[in-house]
Structure formats: structure tokens, C-alpha cells
Design a protein around this ligand. Structure first.
Ligand code: ZN
Length: 243
């Protein structure tokens, strides 16, 4: 059975439940960080993750912000407001679950490196283009790295002609090849590639084959909860556009 690889849930429990239902059955869960921040249900998301006992669970910048480990001056105003709201909302049990997490792990299942941002800067760096990906291949030894943080699903491939973006078709298995890869499953709770559906991928551990998938969820329900919580309305609006 496959491993469910997901990132950037951002306190969106509706999106998380839709992904879990769409992805089942799976053997394990690898989560690349940012369980909380932006969305209205941080405690429910962390508790749901705990119930899955993920084989790997990383910290993201929003998780650390909610714990007071990052300077909120580095966040944009909406993210800062949401981080302050989240910090007050977290239960002691959820807070202590988040406190044990690190933003990078090597040797996962023997041969994968998992990071939140990038291998070079696991908390802050955004790997949005092939040039940044190329620099980051020097920062880890594994054949495959998984990363999150950008909320954009993508595969960067290191080849003889340099690092290129590898096209894929949603729902169609993409076999592993000889070249090394940096792979982002996209964001569960706040996609930013223009598709508002929750994004994730399935990894076949025996072959390394990955399949990108999307799951529709009740966006309007989450938007209602964001507004009711008093979070910035823009954080609700952007969910409709996947941006
Ligand atoms: Zn994020």
C-alpha cells in the first residue's frame, strides 16, 4: 500500500478529511509541516494527525510561529494576525505535540530526505524555480527529497542538462528514474497553484512511483468558520481561487 505524502494543512480540517478519504487505503503518512496557521481548526488538525501516528511529521514556519519561536515581523499582516490567533487557540496538548517537531529529517524509510522549506533552509526558503532547486540538490545526499512550504505541487529533476521541472498528469503514476528529484505534494489546506482542491501525493515505497492527486472539499464551510473566528477575510476568499 502507498504512503500518503502531504504538506501545509494550515488548520483546514475539511480539506484534511477529504484527502484522507480520497487517499485511503494507505500504509503510512509523511507530513511536511504547517499543520496550523491561516485556518480556523488548528487543534482538530493536529489531533487528527496524531490519530494517524505519521511515520514522519515535520515542523513548518507557521507551526513555529504559533509556538513563539519565530519573529512575527517576518510574516505578512494576514499571516501575523492568524499566527497570533493560533497561538491563543492551541490547547496545551496540541502545543506540546508541535513542540517536539523538527523541520528536516534524513534517512526516512532509508532513502528519503524530508524538509518543510528547502534542504538548505528547512524553515524559510521557498523552492519555486529550477535554479533554486538546483542549488538545493547540493544540500542533501538522498536520491529523492520531499518539500512543502510553497503550496505548489511540482517535481524538479536533476539531469545532465541541469535541473528541470518535470511535467506530470494528475492521477497518473509517475515512475522513478535515475535522476534525483525534489518533489512537492502541494498544499492540503491552502493550495496556491490556481486549483482550489486539496493537493497531495501517493508514494509507492517499493518502486518510488508517485501519483499527484486532488480532493474537492466543502470550501464554503471553511470560509464560514474563518470569518466566524474573526480571522482576516482575505484568508477565506483565497481558498475559492486556490491562491
Ligand atoms: Zn504553509
Amino acid at each position: 500500500m502507498p504512503i500518503l505524502v502531504l504538506s501545509d494543512i494550515h488548520a483546514n480540517i475539511e480539506a484534511l478529511e477529504a484527502v484522507l478519504a480520497d487517499a485511503a487505503p494507505f500504509d503510512d503518512v509523511w507530513f511536511l509541516g504547517d499543520a496550523v496557521g491561516y485556518g480556523p481548526d488548528p487543534n482538530a488538525c493536529v489531533e487528527r494527525l496524531l490519530s494517524l501516528t505519521p511515520g514522519c511529521w515535520l515542523a513548518g514556519n507557521h507551526d513555529w510561529a504559533a509556538l513563539g519561536r519565530l519573529d512575527l515581523a517576518d510574516f505578512n499582516p494576514d499571516a501575523r494576525t492568524a499566527a497570533q490567533w493560533t497561538a491563543e487557540a492551541l490547547t496545551p496538548a496540541v502545543r506540546s505535540a508541535l513542540e517536539s517537531l523538527e523541520p528536516r529529517r534524513d534517512g526516512v524509510a532509508g532513502l528519503y530526505t524530508l524538509v518543510h522549506g528547502s534542504p538548505r533552509h528547512p524553515i524559510w526558503e521557498y523552492v519555486l524555480d529550477a535554479g533554486t532547486a538546483a542549488e538545493n540538490f547540493a544540500e542533501f545526499d538522498a536520491p529523492v527529497g520531499f518539500f512543502g512550504h510553497t503550496h505548489v505541487p511540482v517535481v524538479f529533476e536533476e539531469g545532465l542538462d541541469g535541473t528541470l521541472r518535470r511535467p506530470y498528469v494528475l492521477g497518473q503514476p509517475l515512475p522513478a528514474e535515475n535522476g534525483r528529484r525534489l518533489i512537492n505534494p502541494g498544499s492540503v489546506g491552502q493550495p496556491r497553484d490556481g486549483d482550489p482542491r486539496a493537493s497531495y501525493l501517493l508514494l509507492e515505497p517499493d518502486t518510488g512511483t508517485i501519483t499527484f492527486r486532488r480532493a474537492a472539499y466543502a470550501i464554503d464551510m471553511v470560509q464560514g468558520r474563518i470569518l466566524k473566528a474573526g480571522l482576516p477575510p482575505r484568508l477565506a476568499a483565497r481558498l475559492s481561487y486556490g491562491w
